[in-house]
Design a protein around this ligand. Structure first.
Ligand SMILES: [Zn+2]
Ligand SMILES: [Zn+2]
Length: 361
């Protein structure tokens, strides 16, 4: 609950919290709140004054006084607009048994608070039935700012604003900081929706010390596909790059099929090849074979899969990584090949082992 007080000077001093607000002077239009008229109660959500005649029922809320914690019962109404929002929230909850299961009795409060947040910033409520991910997204980003902007939040569980008052207009009690939090939540929800609709994004290999080796050193993919939602969750493309690509130094280039050299091969590996190196315990022909087998299965390349099954331990060194191809070709004066679009594409047209020999073309 928020204890921020910008609307009433008296409430900054806990000792002067008043329950009937006799001392507060009205200063007309600029004030975000006003005294309640007789037979009027504040809307529990948006805070506007609701004539008792217009309120279906008064809502009783148990609260406590600040300092001494003495119990106090407060009464609120719910305006026509907020009643419609509450009914819409109930409809959405009824349409999503999973939400009810997940949030139990708090489900209605969560959904209604998110919808109230939309109302507060003048955004239309979602129309018709909502997909579960869309509802979860809305609640994730708007429930908290929406709940903390509700009028009742300043009155329960502790009375933190003078009673006997209401908002001059719907939501007029909400200060700029709270409104900004709602807008920020709405912007996040929108960004996440766009990401969900935009499909996967390609996360390119980071810059490599050798510009010709700007792809996975083993399988040769130049970019890794991740869902845009995942990229957004991790903080954007740059952060996703750190997650997707692992730095690799191969001290003995021969173990990945590159020409022998005292110079280490430095660059990056994609998630699949990083995993293969981890599974095998070291970088080398065995890790290449593991990654290649995974790729053959994922690509549904039965012919390649069958051929790989015939490669014996002695034949493992016939598997040449993409970095091996680049360095072999360069050693013979050929231009370096472009990164692969598909993992291990440089071994796609193998006939017999040696699996790869494009470096000798
Ligand atoms: Zn209201
Ligand atoms: Zn790879």
């Amino acid at each position: 609950m928020t204890t921020d007080q910008t609307t009433d000077q008296t409430s900054n001093e806990p000792a002067v919290v008043v329950l009937d607000d006799q001392e507060t002077t009205e200063s007309a239009a600029a004030e975000p709140t006003r005294k309640l008229a007789a037979n009027e109660h504040a809307c529990i959500d948006c805070g506007v004054g609701v004539p008792d005649a217009d309120a279906a029922d008064l809502i009783r809320v148990d609260s406590s006084r600040p300092l001494n914690g003495a119990p106090v019962e407060l009464k609120f109404a719910r305006c026509v607009e907020c009643t419609a929002i509450s009914e819409r929230a109930q409809e959405l909850l009824d349409g999503h048994p999973a939400a009810r299961q997940r949030w139990a009795s708090a489900g209605l409060h969560r959904i209604a608070s998110a919808l109230l947040a939309l109302d507060l910033i003048g955004q239309p409520l979602p129309d018709g039935p909502m997909e579960q991910p869309a509802l979860a997204r809305l609640v994730r980003h708007l429930f908290e700012p929406g709940a903390s902007a509700r009028w009742v939040t300043d009155y329960a569980p502790t009375v933190a604003r003078p009673t006997g008052r209401c908002a001059v207009t719907r939501w007029s009690h909400v200060d700029e900081r709270q409104a900004l939090q709602v807008r920020a939540g709405y912007a996040r929800a929108l960004a996440e929706r766009r990401a969900a609709e935009s499909g996967p994004v390609r996360v390119p290999c980071p810059e490599a010390p050798d510009p010709d080796l700007a792809a996975c050193l083993l399988c040769g993919v130049g970019a890794v596909e991740v869902s845009a939602v995942d990229a957004l969750k991790h903080g954007g493309l740059k952060a996703a790059e750190d997650l997707c690509w692992s730095a690799l130094v191969v001290a003995t280039p021969g173990v990945i099929g590159a020409p022998p050299s005292p110079e280490a091969v430095r660059g990056w590996t994609c998630p699949a090849c990083t995993q293969a190196i981890r599974d095998v315990g070291s970088v080398g022909h065995r890790a290449c074979m593991q990654s290649l087998r995974t790729a053959a299965k994922e690509q549904g390349n039965a012919a390649l899969d069958a051929r790989l099954a015939t490669v014996t331990d002695d034949g493992l060194d016939t598997i040449v990584s993409w970095a091996g191809v680049v360095l072999r070709r360069r050693g013979k004066g050929y231009a370096a090949p472009r990164p692969n679009r598909v993992a291990w594409a440089h071994v796609a047209q193998i006939k017999d082992p040696p699996v790869v020999d494009r470096g000798d073309e």
